[in-house]
Design a protein around this ligand. Structure first.
Ligand SMILES: C[S@@+](CC[C@H](N)C(=O)[O-])C[C@H]1O[C@@H](n2cnc3c(N)ncnc32)[C@H](O)[C@@H]1O
Length: 227
């Protein structure tokens, strides 16, 4: 599955600088942390969910409750700060990135979902993703659109004391359009077949039948502090 490939490549990027300490912001159930366990001296998790934090502590991780926009750590506390599939969940990305750079000694590593909008089947998948997130937001969830490199890097573009690089990856794995639509129908039922969402859904079905759909790609960004 492409998610495993992206996570494997991201692990290599994070470990290439041989960090001795990592803070993961938005650690969730620990999927990223488990990929680097044993390779890094100090692993710290932060997440707003008390449930996730308790579960990570049970697994032996140092874990604290908190939010990306206000990190409860002093300046330069960790070699590297990681965001793994978290940026599109954060309310204020600029604030989150500034905070991550503040508490890191060397910089920040980011992995998130990315779609290649120059390709028809990716545009369809991206449109489905946006549509589903509209419904998730109605339930109060922070679930923003994916960020292309420019949006991901916008908060630091004016900074002279950081350098960055990024890669966008994508494997052309087809998605089963019928299964996706079934999932969308279930979501529509939950919002009582809202007229606007129903119309958009019908347009999406037409696009899915015409152009097909493919799995999401990934963006990996490294932002390094100049010393
Ligand atoms: C898709 S999960 C990613 C989990 C994990 N990092 C991984 O690689 O699978 C997103 C996580 O971001 C967390 N999150 C949501 N809003 C956040 C915020 N403002 N600050 C930090 N984490 C947040 C959620 O609680 C959730 O655990």
């Amino acid at each position: 599955m492409s998610d495993d490939i992206y996570r494997g490549e991201f692990r290599e990027r994070v470990l290439s600088g041989r960090p001795r300490s990592i803070l993961e912001v938005g650690a969730g159930n620990g999927t990223f942390l488990r990929t680097v366990k044993g390779d890094v001296g100090r692993l710290t998790a932060l997440d707003p969910s008390a449930e996730h934090v308790a579960q990570l502590q049970l697994e032996g991780f140092e874990a604290v409750e908190g939010s990306a926009e206000r990190l409860p750590f002093p300046d330069g506390e960790f070699d590297v700060v990681v965001f793994s599939y978290t940026p599109h969940h954060v309310t204020d990305w600029a604030e989150a990135l500034h905070e991550a750079l503040r508490v890191s000694r060397n910089g920040v590593e980011i992995l998130d979902v990315w779609y290649d909008d120059t390709i028809a089947d990716q545009r369809t998948s991206h449109a489905f993703d946006r549509w589903m997130k509209t419904i998730h937001r109605r339930d109060g969830m922070v679930h923003n659109d994916t960020m292309p490199p420019g949006a991901m890097l916008a908060p630091v573009l004016a900074w002279r004391d950081v350098t960055y690089d990024y890669v966008c990856r994508r494997f052309a794995t087809a998605v089963n359009v019928d299964e996706t639509m079934q999932h969308c129908r279930e979501l529509l039922a939950k919002v009582q077949n809202d007229a606007t969402l129903t119309r958009e859904y019908e347009d999406l079905i037409a696009a899915g039948r015409r152009d097909g759909m493919t799995e999401e790609g990934a963006i990996m960004v490294t932002i390094e502090k100049r010393h």
